[in-house]
Design a binder for this molecule. Structure first.
Ligand code: C2O
Ligand code: CU
Ligand code: CU
Length: 514
């Protein structure tokens, strides 16, 4: 049977009661409005993919563009003593004015989405209280990519009930500087809490930054938004469950296509965060050349110049220096990237304008050159254990209908099952085999890892530079090998960071024992 009709048949049956899908809400899924070009979908019981190509013209809200790029709000440190960062993040419903004349109910941290920027310096102690004021929903805060103890890392096993407060405390060791982020991680609710607005940037600054301050430090935090005609965010559909939710508007620091004005000759440091549920961002700043200086876990050993475009899968971050030489306009826009799409409604990948850089005629003050080396990155050495993880998607007949599963080593996530037992301080080689028809961005909690090689159709490729990563894309049909070491004991999650896939089972637990 051809894949497409198999999928559609599967989807139709799922609507009738697949167990794996039971947690996806079905509201707002009646009506086939705007589903042109979807022959063969009659009798599906209604689906709305929600992408702009499929909507009735003029019916969807228009978002204002072209406002000056704003800085993220900062979380204020209320601690008096030096070396301590103490604050509260209240997860709560709020109303945002995103589209002209429409109120959008969101979930925000302290009323905002993205949540406030947390900025600390390595070596500091952090004490952040989550006040969960979401109505009737558990939540947690997970410190994505950060070296925090397992019991402070917001695992789904440690939920904070609605109405409760809980304080997370951890020390950020020397050498932990990097561009991290935070988001909820409750069981079966992560995807929705994130797409409704709960996510923020967490910057750990080094004591001494090798990149001169003259390059600036501009954060670009990407989220993905879908708005219905009335300004509300629609529930996830079956298409979202399969592919992950991809919105209609990619926002930068909560704004659509804002403008950053710089003088000609500017060299600017940007930190890019992909905080979308499921959108791959292959990016270029017009023709402006990029130099990569950092990844998920902080700076590289040396700058990597001459880069034309970069790929940021969901949850990945990168630091780049971009040179804007001549007066005019450079647009940060998306390029095509096919990550595998199941069923109808593949959203547009290419040509989305994310940020307009207006380069003025005034000349920038010259900046000192970038240092030839940034910092050492330790060689992890040889692995004493190797493990294999196979990622697959399944559709199987089961009592009551067709079930769709996102599996690792053939099983779906179970909070009460330990999948792997590791030892603190031991270097492991993880072989991540993607046997699925979609890309899956792999993430592991509690540590940063190094990419060893990727293999596709028998061809092995080594990474162009050594880097610390906590999330790596597994392209369709690809095998990725990584080296990692967990230094703190306790249970850690590993999962696909397409949050709908994580929620539908593509997650496991590694229990790290001392
Ligand atoms: Cu961004 Cu399990 O995390
Ligand atoms: Cu994480
Ligand atoms: Cu996935």
């Amino acid at each position: 049977m051809n894949r497409r009709s198999f999928l559609l048949a599967g989807t139709a049956t799922l609507l009738a009661g697949g167990r794996a899908m039971a947690q996806m809400k079905m509201d707002g899924m009646d009506g086939m409005d705007g589903m042109d070009g979807m022959e063969g979908m009659e009798g599906m019981g209604g689906m709305h993919a929600g992408h702009d190509t499929m909507a009735m013209p003029g019916s969807l809200p228009v978002l204002p563009e072209g406002a000056p790029l704003r800085d993220l709000q900062r979380l204020v440190n209320r601690a008096a003593e030096p070396g301590l960062f103490e604050a509260t993040l209240t997860a709560e419903p709020a109303i945002a004015r995103i589209a002209e004349g429409l109120d959008t109910p969101i979930l925000g941290y302290n009323g905002d989405s993205p949540g406030p920027l947390i900025e600390v310096t390595e070596g500091e102690r952090v004490k952040i209280t989550l006040a969960n004021r979401l109505s009737g929903q558990e939540s947690t805060i997970h410190w994505h990519g950060m070296p925090v103890p397992a019991d402070q890392d917001g695992n789904p096993m440690d939920p904070v009930a609605a109405g409760d407060d809980r304080t997370y405390s951890f020390d950020l060791p020397e050498g932990s500087a990097g561009s991290y982020w935070y988001h909820p991680h409750p069981h079966a609710k992560t995807a929705e809490q994130v797409y409704r607005g709960l996510a923020g940037a967490f910057l750990v600054k080094p004591k001494l930054d090798p990149i001169p301050a003259a390059y600036g430090d501009t954060l670009l935090f990407f989220t993905d938004l879908r708005l219905a005609a009335d300004g509300t965010m629609p529930e996830n559909t079956m298409v979202d469950a399969m592919n992950g939710r991809v919105g209609d508007h990619v926002l930068v620091n909560g704004q659509k296509n804002p403008v950053l004005t710089v003088p000609a000759g500017t060299q600017r440091r940007f930190r890019l965060f992909n905080a979308t549920n499921a959108r791959y961002l292959r990016l270029a700043f017009g023709d402006a050349p990029m130099t990569i200086v950092g990844t998920d876990g902080g700076l590289l050993e040396a700058p990597v110049p001459g880069v034309k475009d970069i790929l940021l899968g969901p949850a990945e971050r990168m630091e780049v220096i971009v040179a804007f030489d001549k007066p005019g306009t450079a647009t940060l826009r998306t390029l095509d990237y096919d990550r595998g799409w199941m069923g109808p409604g593949r959203p547009k990948d290419a040509g989305i304008e994310l940020l307009t850089i207006a380069i003025s005629k005034t000349n920038a003050e010259p900046v000192p050159p970038l240092p030839a080396t940034l910092r050492p990155i330790a060689d992890l050495g040889a692995a004493s254990v190797s493990r294999r993880f196979v990622f697959s998607e399944t559709m199987a007949m089961a009592a009551g209908g067709m079930e769709m599963g996102f599996l690792i080593n053939g099983v779906s996530f179970d909070m009460n099952r330990v999948d792997v037992v590791s030892k603190t301080g031991e270097v492991e080689l993880w072989e991540l085999v993607n046997q699925a028809d979609m890309d899956h961005p792999f993430h592991v909690h509690g540590t940063q890892f190094q990419l060893v090689e990727t293999e596709r159709d028998g061809k092995v490729a080594k990474p162009p530079f050594r880097a610390w990563k906590d999330t790596v894309n597994l392209a369709r049909g690809e095998t990725v090998r990584i080296l990692l070491r967990q230094d703190r004991p306790g249970p850690r999650m590993y999962h696909c960071h397409i949050l709908e896939h994580e929620q539908l089972g593509m997650m496991g637990i590694v229990d790290v024992r001392a």
